[in-house]
Design a binder for this molecule. Structure first.
Ligand code: NAD
Length: 260
């Protein structure tokens, strides 16, 4: 379905981004991976996805807090593959703290990775997409892009911000064959969430399993984690011809979190 298209997924060395990269590759797109981690493991991931999907897979170690590294990553990916047709802004981190104790450098880091990096990738990708009159921009927001929780000020601000960015870009490129949408997951069991569950278990003295259920039942009517593959499948759908007129939307995949 996506044969001949070239995709880039930020933060795709683990969790949701990795699943999105796999899903796009399995749909036929060449993919540029990005993110941190062990060099050998990333290389294994790169070659495994390439072999499984029979597509080219590249990797960029660009740090999403650094606009100059993002610019180089975008230019290199476009040069290597000849075009950048699909970009998925997925890289993200969390920091949990009361607002009065929130470290300033953590605020800056969360806003840079979870929000500003998407501005930098989008501004680099749009000119080529306009020239080719085809593009798909998908921003991984969160249920926290639609509703808030306490002690997550930077994350909630960044995720609300990325939904605004999504809508504004969608309007600008509406008649250029480019769509721009956000996906808003609820709880997905990845490293980002495992860390929060471990911190809760340490604070409460309860088991990790007990804290998993407590975390789910506080927010999600459906007491079940979404799987990274679910987000991958929705991303592929948003890249398909069937989704050609879906733009400026925010898709919840959250076990009913934002329905209450
Ligand atoms: P994760 O921790 O498993 O993956 C995060 C990825 O981002 C990794 O590849 C990491 O290397 C990369 N990354 C971190 N800092 C980076 C930087 N400075 N530059 C480049 N890459 C960097 O987390 P995840 O749960 O898969 O989260 C992916 C996205 O999904 C995030 O935007 C997150 O906010 C969002 N999300 C996650 C959940 C959830 O429950 N897990 C829910 C809603 C939204």
């Amino acid at each position: 379905m996506l044969k001949g298209k070239n995709a880039l997924v930020t933060g795709s060395t683990s969790g949701i981004g990795e699943a999105i990269a796999r899903a796009l590759a399995n749909a036929g797109a060449s993919v540029t991976l990005n993110g941190f981690g062990d060099k050998a493991q990333i290389e294994k991931l790169r070659t495994t996805i390439a072999a499984e999907a029979n597509v080219e897979v590249a990797y960029s170690s660009a740090d999403m807090t650094k606009p100059s590294e993002i610019a180089s990553m975008m230019a290199e990916a476009e040069k290597k593959f000849g075009s950048l047709d699909i970009i998925v802004n997925n890289a993200g981190i969390q920091h949990v703290s009361p607002v009065e104790d929130f470290p300033v450098e953590k605020w800056d880091q969360v806003i840079a990775i979870n929000l500003s990096s998407a501005f930098h990738t989008i501004r680099a990708a749009v000119p080529g997409m306009k020239r080719r009159q085809w593009g798909r921009i998908i921003n991984i927001a969160s249920a926290h892009g639609l509703v808030a929780s306490p002690q997550k000020t930077a994350y909630v601000a960044a995720k609300h911000g990325i939904i605004g960015l999504t809508k504004s870009v969608a309007l600008e490129v509406a008649n250029n064959g480019i769509t721009c949408n956000a996906i808003c997951p609820g709880w997905v069991l990845t490293v980002l969430v495992e860390r929060q569950i471990a911190a809760r278990a340490q604070a409460s003295g309860k088991t990790v399993k007990e804290e998993e259920l407590a975390l789910l039942s506080e927010k999600q009517p459906m007491h079940q984690f979404s799987r990274p593959e679910n987000i991958g499948a929705l991303t592929v759908f948003l890249c398909s011809d069937a989704a050609a007129t879906i733009t400026g939307s925010s898709y919840s995949i959250d076990g009913g979190w934002t329905a209450v």
